[in-house]
Design a protein around this ligand. Sequence first.
Ligand code: NDP
Length: 335
Amino acid sequence: MSQVKIPTFKLNNGKELPALGYGTWLGLDEKFQLYYDDIPKMEEALSYAIDIGYRHVDTAHLYKVEPQVGQVVNKKIQDGVVKREDLFITTKVWQNFHREADVEVSVRGSLRRSNLEYFDLVLMHWPMSVSVDEVDEKIDYLETWRGFEKVLEKGLVKSIGVSNFNLEQMKRLLDNCKVTPVCNQVEINLNLGQKELVDFCQSNNVVVVAYSPFGTMVPSRAPPGSPEPKLNNPTMVAIGKKHGKTVTQIALRYLYQRGIVSIPKTITKSRVLENASIFDFELDANDVASLAAFDNGYRTVRPVFWQDYQNYPFDKVDMKMEIPLGLRNSQLISD
Ligand code: NDP
């Protein structure tokens, strides 16, 4: 079986985070429900990922797959493929657990569902706080962060971080925390370079993790009219050809060379291997300049249905949409 060797980035608490991880958000179907049918494929792909050398898994309470992630991971440990300490498992606290004391409730729930003794990293999924009935609770994320500091102190998790924090929110958090977040997980891809945010995080020793690393390049994330590059983009194809790599590998390698961790999602085994086979070549200055030119600020993930909630981190657009079923708090599994 082919093997991949994935390098790590050092976190501000001394721990090592693999530069590429396995993403487990399965996405929403046409009825805005999670693609439940893909769960068995995800389990197989994740199992294969660990077999070939992935050590970093990104999940969340919202994704409704913590039990399956835990089962796969525990099986790999039982079978002697990996030791727990060689894995880096991340989960996230959802928006209805933002009261200081509720963070521990959420983390304990995630541990129970996944049958793990600790998480390597737990993230505040979004800076907004929303009740089970989707009411804006307006809880300050600094209060929530104190709950994160507590679960760290109690040893339920090894590291704490945030997700979807914008520049101002990051600055305010860093100015008002006891424990600095180890990372900020945000959307970054060729369309959305987020240079200012990345520079701020990196200069403050906060690792940046890129979600949706392919942006609109992949059909599942490309609504009509979304910008280039797509998989057949001539510039991308040419850079790929030059290095004997696929267009998606070029996109992931570019993130790595920017010092950014990526967590691509795939339930396709061949792509599991493909996505991690990016550590044996180097993009040159010309490639980097061509790739940087795609940055146009386009957001693939734009949850307009939350844009009137306090602390929504992105610019607002003139659009109304109901919260999709698969993202409703009432649908979260709690057992
Ligand atoms: P990705 O950019 O990872 O895109 C996933 C899509 O790309 C799937 O349709 C997958 O298809 C396809 N794909 C994967 N690899 C390849 C390849 N080599 N060639 C062609 N197509 C490919 O988007 P996501 O939004 O899923 O982001 C990745 C992860 O980031 C999530 O799974 C989740 O863990 C995290 N995330 C976090 C968020 C947050 O708010 N913190 C928000 C969104 C995501 P297939 O599976 O069929 O192979």
